[in-house]
Design a protein around this ligand. Structure first.
Ligand SMILES: [Zn+2]
Length: 352
């Protein structure tokens, strides 16, 4: 399973939708998947460019519905305390990232973060580059509202595939953490990033090592021949080598590129309960039932501030510096071509 990504062998099929990277129609079927009860699809690998994707893709409506159901399920599992710990973790990661930019002599002034979540990653960056201007883009108005209110960021409500004329050459850094695996038309998104960045600007991303997930679905497919559960709406499954060449073809050149997170098992319910090697067989969870029944409970739950302000404050300043120093000296970085590790980290530079 480990080692350089080999092309899958299997039945050649005609895709229902062309590859969004190279436009070819021929693929190999790797798995069958269900996204809750919302969509039945296939995991296929393009025979020409080797990108692994869903076929058919999810529509925007299906993605939005699945995201909402998943969000409700996830909030049910995540305590307020855990949520605040996540803010602190993201702040640390932002701080660590900014330090690494600084050590390369890179000092961004205008940042675009896509899918910012809590926005604390850029707060960590702002601790290093105090005058940096942050704009965030998302499809969820609630996320944008939070980022504007909490951090004072500029906000843009938009899908990444839509080209926004106002932002040509506006940014010197685009951040896409856990985003690329969700976008339906990866070529359109990279083209927009090329437009929004000035020449010599940077793209930073993290994305799951899709090679690992594909194997889980593939095993369920060949051993059980039943649809496996698509945990979250991942529509692209990048392997380290394939992602690099996709970026290179789009004029992004590698500055730093590695895989990490070796010890921990993938977070997420399905992977934990399932056999570690095989994806869980689909249970066709009812999204409507989940949304209708659980939403009132989630919304009426008391929002208690469990962590004291001093915890957040101390963590955001002093402890962060210690942890970041520790992580910096201990992070194991591997060549993505090896396809080991759960997460792929990238910093690429655009040469127009
Ligand atoms: Zn292709």
């Amino acid at each position: 399973m480990f080692g350089k990504a080999k092309p899958f062998t299997g039945e050649l099929i005609e895709r229902t939708q062309a590859c969004t990277s190279c436009g070819k129609n021929e693929a190999i079927q790797i798995g069958k998947v269900d996204y809750w009860d919302i969509k039945q699809s296939n995991v296929v690998q393009c025979t020409a460019c080797k990108l692994t994707q869903l076929d058919p893709m999810l529509t925007s409506e299906e993605t939005a519905k699945g995201c909402l159901a998943y969000y409700i399920e996830e909030s049910g599992r995540t305590s307020k305390r855990e949520e605040q710990k996540n803010h602190v973790r993201n702040y640390r990661r932002g701080y660590l990232f900014a330090q690494s930019l600084n050590s390369r002599g890179i000092q961004p002034k205008h940042i675009l973060e896509t899918g910012p979540g809590s926005g604390y990653f850029c707060q960590g960056i702002k601790a290093v580059f105090t005058s940096v201007e942050v704009t965030v883009m998302d499809v969820n108005p609630k996320v944008l509202e939070f980022n504007k209110h909490e951090h004072g960021y500029h906000t843009i409500l938009s899908e990444l595939e839509t080209t926004l004329a106002d932002f040509e050459n506006k940014f010197d850094l685009i951040i896409a953490r856990d985003i690329l695996e969700h976008v339906i038309d990866i070529s359109a998104v990279l083209k927009n990033f090329r437009t929004y960045l000035n020449s010599g600007g940077y793209l930073h991303f993290i994305t799951p090592n899709g090679h690992e997930d594909v194997w889980k679905h593939h095993l369920a497919f060949i051993l059980k021949n039943e649809p496996s559960e698509l945990l979250i709406n991942h529509v692209n499954y990048f392997d380290g080598h394939g992602l690099r060449s996709l970026l290179n073809r789009n004029s992004f050149n590698e500055i730093e590129y590695y895989t990490y997170k070796l010890k921990h098992y993938r977070r997420g319910k399905g992977w934990k309960v399932a056999n570690k090697l095989m994806a869980a067989i689909s249970t066709k969870k009812s999204s409507d039932e989940f949304i209708n029944k659980t939403l009132p409970e989630t919304e009426s739950a008391p929002k208690v501030d469990i962590l004291n302000k001093w915890y957040l404050k101390t963590n955001l300043k002093f402890i962060t510096r210690l942890v970041v120093w520790y992580q910096h000296t201990n992070l194991i970085k591997l060549n993505p071509d090896k396809n080991v590790g759960h997460e792929i980290y990238g910093l690429f530079r655009l040469m127009k």
